[in-house]
Design a protein around this ligand. Structure first.
Ligand code: SF4
Length: 447
């Protein structure tokens, strides 16, 4: 998972890109970068770390120009290394071209092998660079013609931002796995992974880029062009479950509303459960717990104090660091917990190791009984479309039945939300078309 942000025709382009990336920081914390264009030349600054660490005032000042694209990275393919930080910039027959990518190109290795055979030299180990080499080999008159020729060769998930002198282009894969929205602010167009970044930058959202669609922003105008027929819309449902910020709008409703509805749906599915309090594993679990509380009339209480300075444990790429931060970030509030039967809601259960620590910590703080309720179905299969889920044999629900998982995490009861309820809560009445492959093991796009 990564975050991308682009803005055109604005004297503060790099600063607004900084604001946009800062707003999208939850989507990746490994590296950050911004590219701007000044007089036909692309200027770029990328480094490892958080947006606030990567961009000093001087670094932002040096990124002059009226258009910018930016990226924050969490690696799914390619190692955690500066050479894989984005946007990538390459010289081409069209001049310099920059690219920022969110997703995972599932046939990248195959395409790369073919390109290398014909002499291409890759600068990075990420899947993203493949599109730039394809573009250099199979050319069109303008960048958009070149992309229209080459994007259909890619399989898997991608939302791209491209920048070349005079234009910014956004493109979304034919299934629409990863998000990309278009916004406007005065004369400026904005492209972003989530609507929250458009809001915070001061713009208004126009619409999502459709699956298989490109938007070419040039000369103050946005032109839409289809490069592939849209397949069935298959947005990643994990945007609502975990990744997206609550104030972002996905599939016609804010993520906050979707999560509240999911919590209420969980309460309906678990009607009759008795408990003293309901609570959530911060942050996303809290909204689910509020929805559950409203529907069940079981009072909500906060049982954990979260340390907000440790980062999101799920998106630390190293297992040892992941365990360390998970331990650091949640402190139980003993008075609230002692002697209580607690329904504890979490967004998902992946390996089970974090839940095990959480249950242990609540029991140690004096909880009488822990009923763990998961706001999504069991994850039985990995994601190949840009989310860093572990291998199949590390997914606990792939190996163990629910009762065995309950035993492993040490809870007194364990319940999951049904897939139908999840899908229903995530979209508005018109739009409930999501990818749910990690829950079903059935994949809609080539692997
Ligand atoms: S497999 Fe799961 S995590 Fe991956 S895109 Fe589909 S819903 Fe999202």
């Amino acid at each position: 998972m990564c975050g991308i942000f682009g803005i055109t025709d604005n004297k503060d382009a790099s600063k607004l890109a900084y604001v946009g990336l800062f707003t999208l920081q939850h989507r990746g914390q490994e590296s950050a970068g911004i590219v701007t264009e000044l007089g036909g030349k692309l200027l770029h600054h990328t480094s490892m770390g958080l947006v606030s660490e990567v961009f000093t005032k001087d670094a932002l000042e040096s990124l002059k120009g009226r258009s910018a694209i930016g990226h924050i990275r969490y690696s799914t393919t390619g190692s955690s290394h500066l050479k894989n930080a984005q946007p990538l910039v390459l010289d081409s027959y069209l001049g310099q071209v920059a690219v920022a990518h969110n997703g995972n190109i599932t046939n990248a290795d195959k395409l790369k092998a073919g390109l290398q055979k014909n002499g291409a030299i890759f600068q990075s180990t990420s899947d993203t660079e493949v599109i730039l080499h394809l573009a250099a080999k199979y050319r069109g008159r303008e960048l958009e013609d070149t992309l229209a020729k080459n994007l259909p060769k890619l399989e898997g998930a991608y939302s791209f931002l491209f920048m070349a002198p005079g234009k910014v282009i956004g493109a979304r894969d034919p299934s629409g796995f990863r998000p990309l929205v278009l916004g406007k602010m005065g004369k400026s167009f904005i492209l972003a992974s989530e609507t929250c970044a458009i809001d915070v930058a001061g713009g208004r959202t126009i619409r999502e880029i459709e699956p298989g669609e490109m938007v070419i922003i040039e000369g103050g105008k946005a032109l839409f062009r289809r490069f592939a027929p849209a397949k069935e819309f298959t947005r990643c449902i994990f945007e609502q479950v975990y990744f997206a910020r609550p104030d972002s709008v996905v599939a016609g409703r804010t993520v906050q509303t979707a999560r509240y509805e999911i919590g209420a749906a969980l309460a309906r599915e678990l009607k009759g459960l008795k408990a003293d309090i309901v609570s959530g594993v911060p942050d996303s679990g809290t909204v689910y717990a509020h929805g559950f509380s409203k529907e069940s009339w079981i009072p909500f209480q906060t049982v954990f104090m979260r340390n907000h300075y440790t980062g999101r444990s799920f998106i630390q790429p190293d297992q040892r660091l992941r365990e360390f931060t998970a331990h650091l970030k949640l402190a139980p509030i003993r008075d609230v917990i002692k002697g209580k039967t607690i329904i504890l809601i979490d967004d998902s259960l992946v390996r089970g190791t974090t839940s095990r620590k959480i249950v242990k910590s609540l029991k140690k703080a004096g909880a009488k009984k822990i009923i763990m309720a998961i706001a999504s179905p069991p994850i039985i299969s990995p994601c190949f479309y840009g989310i860093d889920t572990p291998n199949k044999d590390e997914l606990i629900a792939n190996k163990l039945a629910v009762e065995k998982i309950r035993g492993f995490i040490g809870a007194d009861e364990l319940h999951y939300l049904g897939l139908e309820s999840l899908v229903h809560a995530c979209g508005d009445q018109k739009d409930r078309s999501f990818c749910t492959s990690c829950f079903t093991g059935k994949y809609k796009a080539a692997l």
